[in-house]
Ligand binder design. Sequence first.
Ligand SMILES: Nc1ncnc2c1ncn2[C@@H]1O[C@H](COP(=O)(O)OP(=O)(O)OP(=O)(O)O)[C@@H](O)[C@H]1O
Ligand SMILES: [Mg+2]
Length: 231
Amino acid sequence: MSGIQNRIVGVIGRKGSGKSTRFEELLETRDRIIIFDPMAEHDWTPNELAGLKPVEIAREFFAWAKRKPQWAANFVPGDDLEADLEELSRMVYDRGECAFGVEEIPLVCSANHMPDNFGKLVRTGRHRGVDVFWTAQRAAEVPRTLTSLTDEFVFFSQTEPRDLDAIAARCGSDVADQVGGLGMHDSLHWDVINRQVSPRGVVPRGTTRPPGQDGTGRADPQEAPSHFWLH
Ligand SMILES: Nc1ncnc2c1ncn2[C@@H]1O[C@H](COP(=O)(O)OP(=O)(O)OP(=O)(O)O)[C@@H](O)[C@H]1O
Ligand SMILES: [Mg+2]
């Protein structure tokens, strides 16, 4: 897989700052999208995988989507968020070649812990062509392994000293100072490789779009089994 690079993009900011809105903007142009969506808010995707046994619905969905060039779904976990993330991460890893969004990382991880299958995806998803997009309200609550493997950050306002310290440790005190000064819906984009700040990130390059397609990330609603179509 030389020459193929995946992207891991993190969106961090205080509640209501605009993370989920930006997360949607980053994801929606992709051709194959699956979102771990604990708040069931990403109803812009055509398919919602939810209910008493969301993992089983997701399994059916991936079987349906197997050879489809385009599909997009939000997965709404049940009570055991971590167990459902683990099952979903395994399915995403096996499927490969897609964009995986995970909302509210601290609901399923802590600064020192990432569930095994999700950790595997973060560490080795590159070999499966999986791009990962994640959000968190507080920088200090994100696993170090995840921040260390993240290629691009979108920062909205953070004001707690512990969060600014975490940003300083990862991106430098200059970036932390700028994040500390952001207004409510302001953001800045930090590219880890180029160590560059820009006011608004570009949609990161990824591996999810087959050559020659300018897909919209929306599957064709006529094709999917009816119970996926809850939106
Ligand atoms: N750039 C923006 N300018 C003005 N309003 C915005 C902007 N981005 C988002 N909003 C609005 O702010 C509100 C919160 O946005 P959003 O849900 O994206 O925030 P969030 O950071 O994900 O919040 P939470 O931490 O609760 O998940 C929404 O009403 C949204 O329309
Ligand atoms: Mg949100």
